[in-house]
Design a protein around this ligand. Structure first.
Ligand code: WTA
Length: 665
């Protein structure tokens, strides 16, 4: 494949609007057009935008019929008579597991590998579509024999092992609703989610491996279920790491004795298009977690379509790897469902990127000849910190599309990803979406879009995204505001489990008739969209609204910086002052005042003097949630000299102590 061509320089005449609008301060003039080769072989071309614009529901109805096999065809694409409660593909019946598995086997693809599993200790297993279908049928029979029926909820507390996907698909097959709880969450978090959904069955494992060491899971289930009064009747336990477990006779069952012993014959029946598929609780920085509800037909259609279009999936030849854990929405939409619906071959990895060494991911890419990689900016910045000599040791030439999700990707991280991982040829697709949206909403199409480092670009075909001001009026190009979705979309959340009022209030009350996503964004001069982070992360410095994302990106564009987090701390003079926390790259030297001055000046040059951090603190780590998002709230506490509040949702709870120690030096 020939190289992408850096395109012409379109200097965005970034009119720096001062006042209420979020400001457009960064000038990004690097552009990368798809190569002619890539465009010629791309699965979708530019015509899809016009087609979708002409009739959005009809566009999605066409995708639904092309991508899925329906037990009963639907009669209406969209029913929006009772907003914000949408119904997609009304009257249709469909089975998610049949679409992900059986039909591929019936179509002669039974021998194609569905999952290459790579365990952290180095064990590996491959499942063909025929084998995975058989496992899911057995699990469906086993769960039914334990009394799980259509509509019942099943809590899943498993590591990244194939049994997680098997469990999710077995639930979907019988119409049970899975609620996956991330394996890193505590027993309390598990119990509150079990109780909220009134789960009947829990599927877990004895434990997993974390950085070479066994790490327990079942003990947390035992702890959660210690008190009476919960809804759980049975617990199925996968043997993964062989560690000792307590056993509750009658309640606990080994996977090997139930699932493996069950019959491999099971017929999938169609479920209503609007039948609940899963609940997934969002981490939520405050308050009770929200059980985001997704249903079947619309979710499957949009995840499958975006997976095909945004990653340019050629299922016969591609090897796809999404590094997200099954505990997050990305692990639902783009590990458990879309790749299998599309008949793809995918890699699934159990462990951490640095176990047993910092080249583990690249070793996996080389081993399986991964061609599509989908990961998060936090991982990319970590690899930048470790240095390019690590990935440089591996053959990454199989990679042809690189995806990013979860946070704004800083332009320099984007460039590093493109250069070091993608060999300056693989297009980068930065995909914006949320647990609530169910599937990707804003992203380039790799064979069509001329991409700019750091921009998620444009709404996908059939999706109506806008940036509006406080009154809900669309802002012109060159301006910023609030990101909204104007029209219902197939994979949209159908509500918050058990709380329809909270659904309306959380997402549909800020602007009438529009879904407000909680993110700030700007449209550049070309109308391309730049995500600016959650609106609560916007700072107000001397009356100018500045986005944390833009200043962080400016810091990361300095050669010494791998990661940066910026907060606004209360300041007598300026209202708020910019305080920056930075992690230096592996080869950079902490020269004290010198580097601090250098970084301040660098931000001044990149954005403007107003954005210069008042304080720059060099720290060894940053506080992050388990899904990799920086917790600025805790940094704000540090910057304002308070004790840090509740830090229990941190991935690594020693980080705040490390920061405190480094600040005392
Ligand atoms: C952020 C993850 C910028 C955003 C799929 C959103 C992003 C929240 C991007 C949802 C992106 C996700 N660029 N920001 N490409 N992708 N976000 O529910 O703030 O874990 O609202 O879903 O992540 O996070 P969630």
């Amino acid at each position: 494949m020939s190289q992408d061509t850096p395109g012409s320089t379109a200097t965005a005449a970034a009119t720096s609007q001062q006042g209420d609008a979020l400001e457009n301060l960064l000038h990004e003039d690097r552009k990368f057009a798809p190569s002619a080769d890539f465009a010629a072989n791309a699965v979708v071309g530019a015509e899809v935008y016009a087609e979708a614009d002409a009739d959005r529901p009809a566009f999605w109805a066409k995708q639904a019929r092309e991508l899925l096999t329906w037990n009963k065809d639907f009669t209406q694409a969209l029913d929006w008579s009772n907003p914000p409660f949408a119904k997609w593909f009304v009257g249709g019946q469909v089975n998610a597991a049949y679409n992900a598995l059986d039909r591929h086997v019936e179509n002669g693809l039974g021998d194609r590998v569905a999952i290459y599993f790579e365990g952290e200790p180095g064990d590996s297993r491959a499942y063909t579509y025929a084998e995975l279908t058989e496992e899911v049928k057995k699990a469906a029979n086993a769960f039914e024999s334990l009394g799980v029926a259509k509509g019942d909820r099943v809590a899943v507390y498993l590591p990244m092992i194939p049994e997680a996907v098997i469990t999710m698909l077995a639930c979907a097959r019988i119409g049970a609703v899975h609620s996956v709880v991330f394996g890193g969450f505590s027993s309390d978090a598990l119990l509150s989610r079990i109780e909220d959904a009134q789960a009947k069955l829990v599927v877990t494992a004895d434990g997993t491996y974390r950085r070479g060491k066994p790490s327990a899971l079942k003990s947390a289930v035992d702890q959660a279920l210690a008190a009476d009064g919960h809804s759980v009747q049975n617990v199925v336990v996968v043997k993964r790491n062989g560690q000792d477990v307590d056993w509750h006779e009658g309640r606990d069952h080994w996977w090997a004795d139930t699932v493996e012993a069950a019959s491999p014959e099971h017929t999938a029946v169609g479920h209503d298009s609007e039948h609940p598929l899963f609940i997934l609780y969002t981490s939520g920085t405050t308050g009770k977690p929200k059980g985001i509800l997704h249903t079947t037909g619309g979710f499957l259609t949009q995840t499958a379509y975006t997976h095909k279009a945004v990653f340019d999936l050629h299922p016969e030849t591609d090897v796809y790897w999404c590094t997200a854990d099954i505990g997050w929405v990305t692990g639902h939409s783009y590990v458990a469902y879309a790749p299998l619906i599309n008949g793809a071959t995918q890699v699934m990895y159990e462990g951490t990127p640095d176990s047993p060494h910092q080249g583990r991911w690249w070793e996996i890419v080389e081993k399986y000849k991964v061609s599509i990689l989908y990961t998060a900016p936090t991982a990319i910045r970590t690899f930048m910190k470790w240095g390019r000599d690590i990935p440089d040791k591996y053959d990454l030439s199989s990679l042809r599309v690189l995806g990013s999700v979860g946070e704004p990707i800083n332009p320099e991280a984007w460039m590093w990803y493109r250069d070091v991982i993608g060999g300056n040829k693989a297009p980068i697709v930065d995909t914006w979406w949320q647990t609530e949206t169910g599937a990707q909403m804003i992203a380039p199409l790799p064979g069509v879009t001329e991409t700019k480092p750091g921009s998620a670009q444009v709404a996908l075909p059939g999706i109506a995204v806008d940036v509006v001001d406080e009154n809900g009026a669309s802002v012109p190009n060159g301006h910023g505001g609030f990101l909204v979705i104007r029209e219902p979309w197939p994979a949209m959340l159908r509500g918050i489990w058990g709380d329809p009022e909270r659904f309306k209030e959380t997402y549909w009350s800020r602007f009438e008739t529009m879904y407000f996503a909680g993110d700030g964004a700007k449209k550049d001069e070309d109308g391309d969209i730049w995500l600016l982070g959650r609106v609560d992360d916007v700072m107000n410095i001397s009356g100018h609204r500045l986005s944390t994302t833009e200043i962080e990106s400016a810091l990361v564009s300095h050669p010494a910086v791998a990661e940066a987090a910026v907060v606004g701390a209360a300041d007598e003079t300026t209202g708020q002052a910019v305080v920056a926390f930075v992690i230096l790259r592996g080869d950079a030297v902490d020269s004290g005042d010198e580097i601090v001055q250098d970084l301040r000046n660098h931000v001044g040059k990149e954005i403007g003097p107003i954005a210069k951090p008042k304080i720059v603190l060099v720290v060894p780590e940053l506080p992050k949630t388990r899904s990799g998002k920086i917790m600025r709230r805790l940094l704000k506490d540090v910057a304002e000299g308070r004790d840090t509040g509740d830090a229990t949702t941190l991935a690594d709870n020693t980080v705040m102590a490390q920061i405190a120690a480094s600040l005392k030096k």
